[in-house]
Design a protein around this ligand. Structure first.
Ligand code: HEC
Ligand code: HEC
Length: 178
């Protein structure tokens, strides 16, 4: 009963991994699946640009609730404290809890010039506890491409603005370079 479902899910990730060049597609059979962890908690769906949606609900996890206002909820419900956190998606209009793009380098340059770099995980989430002086700038890097936030921000929680429809002038989700 589990067989077909598992291989269908894996298929989705292989396509994604190939398109992101995270792994050599020829070696797939032998390679350890880098997204095995997400496969355990995520569900394949055509409704998300990455083909996967978080299904773990409120369970505390580095992969939890992609696209949400991480820092806002953690402040309210005693979650861990981060100086910056969010999700880098595959599309500006990705819905709530659509997994984002893994392997994106999020470069945060604080007002003091100090640079903090974090790489997105299997859910496209990132977070840091390193000091980030506000207002900070953002550059996203993936496979030699970059995407820059044109204005500095003083709120560390990307999801406070980068919602599906965009708040505070944001153009929808924060999206990976391509
Ligand atoms: C609706 C509220 C809520 C949202 C939104 C939320 N979290 Fe959490 N998170 C929590 C709570 C509460 C905890 C602590 C309790 C727990 O671990 O179950 C937690 C725990 C965590 C942990 C620690 C997990 C562990 O293994 O100890 C990480 C990492 C984390 N969240 C990352 C994130 C990131 C990244 C986001 C945004 C993409 C996010 N969270 C969004 C409520 C939330
Ligand atoms: C307080 C609101 C706010 C927060 C918080 C915020 N942004 Fe933005 N972001 C914006 C706005 C507004 C724009 C569009 C600016 C413009 O086009 O003039 C934007 C644009 C961007 C862009 C470029 C969009 C494009 O055209 O491709 C990226 C990338 C981005 N933000 C990433 C991030 C990341 C990553 C975080 C979290 C570390 C973040 N942003 C936090 C408001 C915010």
């Amino acid at each position: 009963m589990e067989g077909p479902l598992v291989s269908e899910r894996r298929g989705v990730w292989w396509v994604l991994a190939c398109s992101l060049a995270l792994a050599s597609c020829g070696d797939m059979e032998e390679a350890e699946d880098p997204d095995a962890r997400l496969l355990e908690v995520g569900q394949a769906t055509a409704e998300c640009s990455t083909g996967v949606r978080w299904t773990g609900g409120l369970k505390g996890s580095p992969l939890m609730m992609p696209g949400s206002d991480c820092i806002g909820c953690h402040a309210e419900w005693d979650g861990p404290t981060f100086t910056a956190a969010g999700t880098i998606h595959g599309d500006f209009r990705d819905e709530e809890e659509c997994a984002g793009v893994p392997g994106v380098t999020v470069q945060l340059t604080g007002a003091d010039g100090r640079v903090v770099e974090v790489v997105t995980n299997a859910a496209g989430n990132f977070y840091t506890t390193a000091p980030v002086a506000k207002p900070y700038r953002v550059t996203l890097l993936l496979d030699g491409s970059r995407r820059v936030m044109p204005v500095p921000q003083s709120e560390g929680s990307c999801g406070a603005c980068h919602t599906r429809n965009g708040k505070n002038g944001a153009p929808g989700r924060a999206v990976a370079p391509r």
